[in-house]
Structures are given as structure tokens and as C-alpha cells.
Design a protein around this ligand. Structure first.
Ligand code: PGA
Length: 254
């Protein structure tokens, strides 16, 4: 079986103007020039997508959206469609980030609908799942991960599943400086992979990439990314600085 290619994505959240985003790429691109081991994705705000797409031209860096609507188009003020992202040059899209679940009413059902629409528009969906601190402390981690993963995959078939990426992001580790230990992350990834296997078969489950996210930094990237179960990272805070994000992308393989 071929090895899963790690994917390392920068989630810039609501940071950086288009000018800031362009300056990032100017500093970052030379630091990862010729890097082929990992797939690199920058997810700027919608407003900076066009700028970043233009800036990464001729490099191996991809661009992704941070969210999208599940409908093709319509009267949905403030929303962005999958077709718009694709037309603007995005190849990836983050779906169901915990901040969207917590603050913007994202549900397992909307995540599932968005996943279908993203696949239809040839976007690589990065679907986020992860437990809250209270859920971990209440012994509910497995239940939450199984629910979020299986509901995200409703109606997905082994044939259509290939591009899907899952990001395990324990909510208590996001932006807090607290990281899941590599062992905790690997354990959660096994739970997610077994859920994918039940839904779509072992073969598909072995192919899909599962990223870790939650306070990934240059100094913990190697220990996390060297876990065989961890197929990359979704990075928030530490992706805002080009040097810091380049250090993560260039983690040392052991
Ligand atoms: P963090 O964010 O790296 O700042 O914890 C990760 C994320 O929210 O994707």
C-alpha cells in the first residue's frame, strides 16, 4: 500500500489583510521551495484568496477556503459557494471547524451537506472533528468522534470518498497552547479510522488522511507528525508567521 502523503495546512482564521497575506507568501515560499514530502495548503480569509492564489503561482503551495455553503447558490447573504472557491483557485476547503460549530451553528448535518457539495466541486474537504474538554473529562471522546465522523460520512461511498481528509482537533487544544500528546492523538486517530472503515471499508480507511490540529508548533511538530497514525497537521496560531510555519512544514522525520 502506498504511504499517505502528509498534508500540512495553515488555518489563518480571521487574521491578515490581503497585503499581509501576500507578504507572508513572499517570505514563506522560498523556505519551502522544492519541498515535495508534504502537501502544503494555505487557508486565508475569503477576501485574501485571490491574492494568495496569485502569489503562490508557480510554487507547489495550494490554497483552501476556511468554510463554504452547502447550496450551489442562492439568497444567502454573506456566504460563499464551493463553485466560487473553485473558480477563485482554491483546491481545498475546511469544513466543520470547531469554531464554526461553537459560534456559527454548524451541525453534523450541515457538515455532511457541505462535504457532498465540496466533493462535487472537486475541492479536497478537510473535515474537522474533535471533543470538548468536558466531553473528554466525561469519558465521551470516543462517542463524540464516532458520532461526528459517521454523520459527516452519511451518503458518501467508497468511490467518492478518496479526496476526503479528516482533521482531529480536540477543542481544548485549539489556541490554548495545550497539545494532545502524540499518543492521545494517535489513539483518537485510530478511533476515527475504525469509524471510516465501518462506513466505507478497510481499504478506503487506510487511504484517507487524518490530520492533527490543536496548538501544533515548531517544537512539537516532529513528535506529532512522526506518529504513523498522524498524516499531517492543521495549524492555526503557529501558521501566521512564515518562519514558524516553514519550520513545521520542514519537521524532521525520524
Ligand atoms: P491552533 O489552531 O493551532 O491555534 O491551536 C488550530 C485550528 O484551529 O485549526
Amino acid at each position: 500500500m502506498s504511504k499517505r502523503k502528509p498534508l500540512i495546512a495553515a488555518n489563518w482564521k480571521m487574521y491578515k489583510t490581503p497585503a499581509d497575506a501576500a507578504a507572508f507568501v513572499t517570505a514563506f515560499a522560498p523556505l519551502v521551495k522544492g519541498h515535495t514530502r508534504d502537501e502544503i495548503v494555505l487557508c486565508p480569509s475569503f477576501l485574501s484568496v485571490a491574492t494568495v492564489v496569485a502569489a503562490v503561482k508557480g510554487t507547489a503551495i495550494h490554497v483552501g477556503g476556511q468554510n463554504m455553503h452547502w447550496q450551489e447558490e442562492g439568497a444567502f447573504t454573506g456566504e460563499t459557494s464551493a463553485a466560487m472557491l473553485h473558480a477563485a483557485g482554491c483546491t481545498h476547503v475546511v469544513i466543520g471547524h470547531s469554531e464554526r460549530r461553537q459560534f456559527f451553528g454548524e451541525t453534523d448535518e450541515t457538515v455532511n451537506q457541505k462535504l457532498h457539495t465540496a466533493l462535487k466541486h472537486k475541492l479536497v474537504p478537510i473535515v474537522c472533528v474533535g471533543e470538548l474538554l468536558a466531553e473528554r473529562e466525561g469519558g465521551l471522546t470516543e462517542e463524540v468522534l464516532l458520532r461526528q465522523t459517521s454523520k459527516a460520512l452519511v451518503g458518501i461511498t467508497a468511490e467518492t470518498a478518496k479526496p476526503i481528509v479528516i482533521a482531529y482537533e480536540p477543542v481544548w487544544a485549539i489556541g490554548t497552547g495545550k497539545t494532545a500528546t502524540p499518543e492521545m492523538a494517535a489513539e483518537a486517530h485510530l478511533i476515527i479510522r475504525s469509524c471510516i472503515a465501518r462506513a466505507l471499508g478497510r481499504e478506503v480507511a487506510e487511504q484517507l488522511r487524518i490530520l492533527y490540529g490543536g496548538s501544533v508548533k515548531p517544537d512539537n511538530a516532529s513528535s506529532l507528525l512522526n506518529q504513523p497514525e498522524i498524516d499531517g497537521a492543521l495549524v492555526g496560531g503557529a501558521s501566521l508567521d512564515p518562519q514558524s510555519f516553514a519550520k513545521i512544514v520542514n519537521y524532521i522525520e525520524s
